[in-house]
Design a binder for this molecule. Structure first.
Ligand code: NCC
Length: 331
């Protein structure tokens, strides 16, 4: 068994969380932008596949770097992936769930605006906590549950106020469809994230071998999505129809975001990841209020206060767990 978050300094943790969050915000805006442009649209299922391919290649490169030789990498992959099929097949489950989630993001962002998406998506902190308790046997204190609820409500309040007036009633929005996609995505993110964390921290297989295993299945799952939804248009116009440099940027940001997600989960955990994305939304809103010299409304101040309380409450030390029933034998 491996220790979970060995040897990472606080500075390093803050750095990876920061990159993750900044990248995720840019990613969401960029998807929204590329999906709302006029002209021939690209097939979003293909970007999901290309992302998995690029993450696989980067993981292999990192293994080359780690072993300082291509042969070392091949040896590691051969033993860790192909000679270890039972272990490898564990990654089938999260790869399928992530393929669904990554495709749904495009459907959701084709049907609603980026701000609504980002706030509703914070529900994933709640689904993640649920799966954490169910699958990792972690327990959360009452204060921590309260913190998670407060966090969600706080982000929502801040966003309600900063988003009012910025949305024109756009005709092609379909909120019910968008919100349904978000609910399913939150369940997927929570489940797959916790599953990945459990497998990663419960076995000795290294992070990059785990990623290689998952991205290999991810390519297959992604291709199933391509051919089940976009096969006609692709046969007619080609795999990369409608691609421009912004679509390639979507692929690049999705790859960076995915790889950083895996590193963040290794060194922290899924709930901390959720808190950091939520807090950044509020910081971004506060920043834009300050820069554009808007006045703070009551909802905004309340929301910000709730988020601050949430972070504080979540970080309070837990009361010690009850004593185990089995007493050490004394004879
Ligand atoms: O939703 P979220 O993450 O939990 O999605 C996790 C993303 O990371 C990829 N992944 C996961 C584990 C692993 N070992 N390798 C991976 O590549 C999955 O394929 C999945 O894409 C978040 O916490 O908010 C976060 O959100 C995503 C993204 O914004 C949303 O899913 C959009 O709907 C971020 N992804 C990107 O910025 C590209 C992620 O960094 C953080």
């Amino acid at each position: 068994k491996m220790a979970s978050n060995e040897g990472a300094s606080l500075g390093f943790k803050i750095y990876i969380l920061l990159v993750l969050t900044l990248n995720a915000t840019g990613y969401i805006l960029l998807i929204r932008y590329t999906r709302s442009q006029a002209g021939a649209l690209y097939s979003s299922t293909t970007t999901v596949v290309l992302t998995e391919v690029s993450k696989l290649l980067i993981s292999l490169l990192l293994l080359v770097k780690e072993h300082r030789s291509v042969l070392g990498m091949l040896n590691d992959v051969w033993n860790g992936v192909f000679m270890n099929p039972r272990d490898t097949f564990k990654m089938c489950v999260p790869s399928i769930i992530y393929a669904i989630q990554n495709n749904l993001a495009f459907v959701a962002l084709s049907n609603l605006d980026a701000a609504t998406y980002q706030v509703s998506y914070q529900m994933k902190v709640i689904t993640t906590a649920m799966f954490m308790v169910l699958m990792l046997n972690k327990s959360l204190s009452k204060f921590q549950w309260l913190a998670i609820l407060l966090l969600f409500m706080g982000v929502a309040l801040v966003q309600v106020e900063s988003a009012t007036g910025t949305k024109a009633g756009e005709a092609h929005y379909n909120y019910p469809v968008g919100l349904l996609c978000i609910v399913i995505s939150c369940l997927c993110s929570g489940f797959a994230g916790v599953y990945f964390e459990k497998v990663l921290k419960g076995t000795s297989t290294s992070l990059w071998i785990r990623n290689v295993q998952m991205y290999m299945f991810g390519i297959v799952s992604g291709l199933v999505a391509v051919f089940s939804t976009d096969s006609e248009v692709i046969l007619e116009k080609g795999f990369l129809h409608g691609y421009n440099y912004l679509v390639w940027l979507v692929v690049a940001m999705a790859s960076i975001g995915g790889l950083y997600t895996s590193v963040v989960v290794k060194y922290t955990d899924n709930i901390i990841k959720g808190f950091s994305t939520a807090v950044s939304i509020v910081l971004a809103a506060v920043g834009s209020f300050l820069i554009f010299q808007k006045t703070f409304g009551l909802l905004f101040v309340m929301g910000t206060g709730m988020v601050i309380c949430a972070v504080y409450l979540y970080s309070l030390p837990k009361p010690p767990p009850p004593k185990p029933l089995t007493q050490p034998r004394e004879t």
